[in-house]
Design a protein around this ligand. Structure first.
Ligand SMILES: C[S@@+](CC[C@H](N)C(=O)[O-])C[C@H]1O[C@@H](n2cnc3c(N)ncnc32)[C@H](O)[C@@H]1O
Length: 265
């Protein structure tokens, strides 16, 4: 597997890991991360707030909405707590399927498979742009019961989907087979609160072969059409169910991500 990992070029999963304080990155990722932080010093605050939103959304889904099954697209390098750790602390029998297309995430996926004995986790190496390969994967069918509600989590990934990829259509196709009472949790990159700074960071990604598609609030809403948004709707991630762990002191201009959770009627 090692030969698949291009350590000479920066990669989105590893830049994120570097900036949120992980340990699985290479010099090219650190060079990219440092360049991006020079362009926008708030980038670590923004990325940390995204990860914290994911944690709060999963906790809400497990504890308040009673969700026991999760399908996570664009998982990233394992960073504790991962989704199964949060969900299984609320409900030890929770089941989680993780999906990513980065070979390094596959290599480190053992860190995602340390399920409780009562629960279950699985990892699928797949490209989100091919939702059928995810939905038909034997690991998904062996892990999740699609007659019961599932939370689809799509956190900090659709900004890597270009218009021709039709991210809204992909999310729709992934939600289609899930029963009523399932949920969608997403975070969606936006330049609406710091257009110049976020624009400069996007140019740094693009210069390294990772073009970005940032979205307006109206575009973010398209992902949730036909679903019932959980209060407070679509807001910057630090404003979604703040838990007093520091999110309340974050400045709006430092956050370039909308977040929301919605229920499939
Ligand atoms: C910024 S990380 C987000 C990680 C995690 N969801 C979080 O928010 O903490 C984005 C992840 O999406 C993955 N990714 C990007 N494009 C993808 C695609 N087309 N299919 C599957 N995964 C993809 C990357 O490899 C990376 O791990």
């Amino acid at each position: 597997m090692g030969q698949d990992i291009d350590t000479g070029s920066a990669h989105s999963a590893r830049i994120y890991d570097y900036i949120i304080g992980g340990k699985d990155h290479y010099p090219a990722d650190r060079e990219a991360g440092d360049a991006m932080c020079r362009e926008w010093p708030a980038l670590p605050v923004h990325m940390r707030a995204n990860r914290d939103f994911m944690n709060r959304a999963v906790r809400h889904l497990a504890e308040e909405a009673g969700i026991r099954q999760f399908l996570d697209i664009g998982t990233g390098i394992p960073t504790s707590p991962n989704i199964h750790e949060i969900a299984q602390s609320a409900s030890p029998g929770a089941r989680v399927v993780y999906v990513d297309n980065d070979p390094l995430v596959l290599r480190l996926s053992q860190g995602l498979l340390n399920s409780t004995p009562e629960g279950r986790t699985a990892y699928i190496e797949a490209d989100m742009r091919d939702p059928a390969s995810i939905l038909h994967a034997p690991e998904l069918r062996a892990t999740l019961d699609l007659t019961q509600p599932v939370a689809l989590t799509v956190i900090a990934i659709v900004h890597f989907m270009m218009d021709e990829d039709d991210a809204v259509g992909i999310v729709r196709r992934l939600l289609d087979p899930l029963p009523s009472g399932s949920y969608l949790a997403m975070s969606i990159g936006t330049a609406e609160f710091a257009p110049e700074e976020v624009g400069r960071v996007a140019r740094e990604y693009a210069a390294r072969g990772m073009p970005m598609r940032l979205r307006t609030l109206a575009e973010a809403r398209e992902f949730f059409a036909g679903l019932d948004l959980v209060e407070p709707g679509i807001v910057q991630v630090h404003k979604w169910h703040p838990d007093g762990a520091g999110t309340e002191v974050v400045r709006d201009a430092d956050i370039a991500m909308y977040g929301a959770v919605a229920r499939k009627p």
